[in-house]
Design a protein around this ligand. Structure first.
Ligand code: BGC
Length: 745
């Protein structure tokens, strides 16, 4: 008998008790009928199982677990298969620790570079976020461990995160902020979805019926359980009626009693509590079925996977004069400068903090390869203490005596974290002074960055011929960095977010982080590269950018328009002398769209490995749904007919081949009535002819106006009801009614 089959035997009190936590990280048991408590724990890039006590800020100690690259890094791999393998490994570790649900991945959109938690999210683009999130969830759940897809939804900042209302129009909400969730939910049925702290258009996510029931369940067909973010419940009774199933963490029974009282008072239909309890029991059943008391995992193997993933996540931003890779066989001395080389910053602070099984640092890993050719100088301290001038002088002299200076710069841990947002995107001033001093001593500067949110490069990138974006790479990042610097790995990471010239250029800048309890997403759908492109804003490094130690040529683009997709084929030739991996990116745009559209939107991408001198043919399907926009009046996704531009390239600003294809539009079922304008009537397949025959057949002044394109431009915006109200109008109230009736579908 499954636990869910006990539902009918449970009292109202027992059902209520099943739908809130028993402790910080577990649900409640109902011993009378043998229902066990289950464990949910953070996440997302490792298993954070706290030994005793509990908190959600990563303060209490947790059991050692592999710290895989956080999402900021993994997202930059653009490699779904890799994300899936990381998901499998996370599942193995969770299972070995008796954890039923791992709280992740976080797939919120990086709306502003200032979000303090961007290190936990994949991308500014919903396709990258959705594809990577889906792969990770698929891998995790294949091990019989549930995921908690978070934070649903529009949790794009930390400022006032427990109260703020994200005020977002329906198009950006659907097309940007919900899109990745939609993909993961429909593809993977995550066992749980975690609703966010914030309000959406004035209603708490945990009480948002539209979000949790209409969209998530009725439109997307979600069957799992909705859990609150830790402490996100404001009013449990309203929440349960809206579609919240499980409140976490424990409320000490207080809100269970509120639920029971609300049912008894007739304020809450018991069915809502029963449904939530059923979902809690179904989750218990899945967890019990997936559990394996004898499960273990191979620490070394997972460390190796963490290293591979980190290597694939590193983005080579710049490599003038092919300063990289360094030659492992040469006699050249290498100055390794910067405290981050010795004391890596490899993950972000807050609830995702993992206690790693081991920790590689770049200095030791570089030394393993280059031995005593490596000379180290710390250059600065992480807490700003010490004599900066002396450290700088020491670093400069170390650089002066070496062939190349590899300079590890980055954000100190206190500058970014869960719980607060950043105030700027600059590197610390002492590090920039160090860069200038080192560069004056030796022009062969390679900068290796460690940062969870992007940092500005425009003020200093001219000083460094090579820049390696090393994000926060997890516990094996040091080895992976050495792999990339010495060419053991030919870098293939790509920016999943734009690096702007200035923070002020960010499309969300003026609307972040809001005030007075509201943050208005005024940039609409123009988030990230969509915004930079729409304004032709110069950027330092565009979305999708990343170099390789080889080069690729794109040829022979062919697009076959099929019923359900566009089938893209393109030849990618490795024109350099090293084997390499290219991330082929497909963008689409509809220049003549009748609605605001991004110049180009990422519609698909794939990874191709191409040996030096060889050509590979990439075949990529762009589902027709990727061409759609959300029509807020019709309340549906729709593909507008027209000449679509299909662009394929190596970044959003490095399009190599492009073409146009004609795509037939969907029939948009708009309801025409007296509030619809003349233009809307005329544009409608059914309404147009009806209106024409009602108006244009006569000799009225209006028919003359509508026949004249210039006049039509002027009167086209008039609602038909207003036309009917004009004295002497050829369309009276009765005629209008008849027209509206016959236009009905
Ligand atoms: C975070 C979640 C996390 C939870 C439990 C919250 O503060 O927003 O991402 O899973 O705490 O630690």
């Amino acid at each position: 008998m499954t636990h869910a089959e006990h539902l009918d035997e449970l009292t109202l009190e027992e059902k209520a008790s099943l739908t809130s936590g028993g402790s910080f990280w577990s649900t409640k048991a109902v011993e009378r009928v043998g229902i066990p408590a289950v464990t949910l724990t953070d996440g997302p890039h490792g298993v954070r199982l706290q030994r005793q006590g509990g908190d959600h800020l990563g303060l209490a100690d947790s059991v050692p677990a592999t710290c895989f690259p956080p999402a900021v890094a993994l997202g930059a791999s653009w490699d779904a298969d890799l994300a899936r393998r990381v998901g499998v490994a996370l599942g193995e570790e969770a299972k070995a620790e008796g954890v039923g649900v791992l709280l992740g991945p976080g797939i919120n959109i990086k709306r502003s570079p200032l979000c303090g938690r961007n290190f936990e999210y994949f991308s500014e683009d919903p396709l990258v976020s959705g594809v990577m999130g889906s792969a990770l969830v698929g891998g995790l759940q294949s091990q019989g461990v549930g995921s908690s897809l978070k934070h649903f939804a529009a949790n794009n900042q930390e400022t006032d995160r427990l109260r703020i209302s994200a005020d977002v129009d329906e198009r950006p909400l659907r097309e940007i902020y919900l899109r990745a969730f939609q993909r993961v939910v429909t593809e993977q049925q995550p066992w749980t979805v975690m609703c966010s702290y914030n309000k959406i258009n004035g209603v708490y996510a945990s009480e948002n019926h539209w979000l949790l029931t209409t969209v998530l369940r009725e439109e997307w067909g979600y069957e799992g359980l909705v859990v609150s973010d830790w402490g996100a419940v404001d009013n449990r009774v309203t929440g349960v009626a809206a579609g919240l199933d499980l409140e976490m963490p424990a409320s000490g029974g207080r809100t269970d009693a509120e639920l029971v009282a609300a049912v008894r008072a007739g304020d809450l239909d018991e069915q809502h509590v029963t449904t939530a309890a059923r979902r809690a029991l179904e989750l218990v059943d899945k967890i019990v079925a997936g559990a394996d008391a004898s499960a273990s995992y191979d620490v070394d193997e997972h460390h190796a996977l963490a290293r591979e993933a980190a290597g694939r996540s590193i983005v080579l931003l710049k490599n003038d004069g092919d300063l990289l890779p360094l030659d492992p066989g040469s006699d050249d001395t290498i100055a390794v400068i910067g405290e981050f080389a010795r004391t890596p910053r490899y993950q972000g602070a807050g609830s995702s903090l993992i206690n790693p099984t081991r920790l590689d640092d770049a200095l030791s890993e570089l030394t393993k390869i280059a031995g005593d050719r490596v000379r180290f100088a710390p250059g600065f301290t992480l807490d700003g203490s010490g004599d900066a001038a002396s450290m700088r002088a020491d670093a400069a002299s170390t650089a002066a005596s070496a062939s190349v200076a590899v300079l590890f710069l980055g954000l100190p841990a206190h500058e970014e974290s869960e719980g607060f947002d950043r105030e700027h995107i600059d590197l610390p001033a002492d590090q920039l002074e160090l860069l200038a001093a080192v560069q004056a001593a030796n022009e062969n500067v390679v900068v290796v960055l460690s940062n969870g949110g992007i940092v500005r490069t425009s003020t200093w990138q001219h000083l460094a011929p090579s820049i390696v974006e090393g994000w926060l790479l997890g516990q094996a990042g040091g080895g992976a960095t050495a792999d990339v610097l010495f060419g053991v790995i030919n870098p293939s990471g790509r920016l999943a977010e734009t690096i702007p010239v200035r923070l002020e250029d960010s499309p969300a800048h003026l609307g972040f982080p809001g005030a007075f309890g509201h943050v208005r997403y005024g940039e609409d759908i123009f988030v990230g590269y969509r915004g930079y492109d729409a304004r032709s804003t110069e950027v330092s490094f565009p979305f999708g950018h990343g170099l390789s130690y080889t080069s690729f040529a794109y040829d022979n683009l062919a697009v076959d328009v099929q019923d359900a997709s566009l089938r893209i084929q393109v030849e990618v030739t490795n024109t350099g002398s090293r084997d390499g991996r290219e991330i082929v990116q497909v963008y689409t745009g509809l220049p003549d769209s009748t609605v605001p559209r991004a110049t180009r939107s990422l519609a698909a991408f794939t990874v191709v490995d191409v040996a030096a001198g060889s050509t590979a043919t990439a075949t990529i399907d762009v589902p027709r749904s990727e061409l759609a926009y959300f029509h807020p009046v019709a309340g549906q996704w729709t593909v507008e007919g027209g000449e679509y531009r299909v662009e394929v390239g190596a970044s959003s600003r490095d399009i190599r081949v492009s073409t146009h294809v004609s795509v037939a539009g969907d029939d948009l079922a708009l309801t025409l009535d007296e509030t619809s304008t003349i233009a809307e009537w005329l544009d409608d397949e059914r309404g147009g002819p009806l209106l024409r025959s009602a108006l244009l057949d006569g000799e009225s002044g209006l028919s003359g106006m509508l026949a004249d394109p210039e006049m039509l431009k002027m009167v086209g915006s008039m609602p038909l009801g207003r036309v009917a109200a004009f004295p002497g109008s050829p369309l009276d109230e009765a005629g209008l009614d008849e027209l509206v009736q016959s236009a009905k579908r």
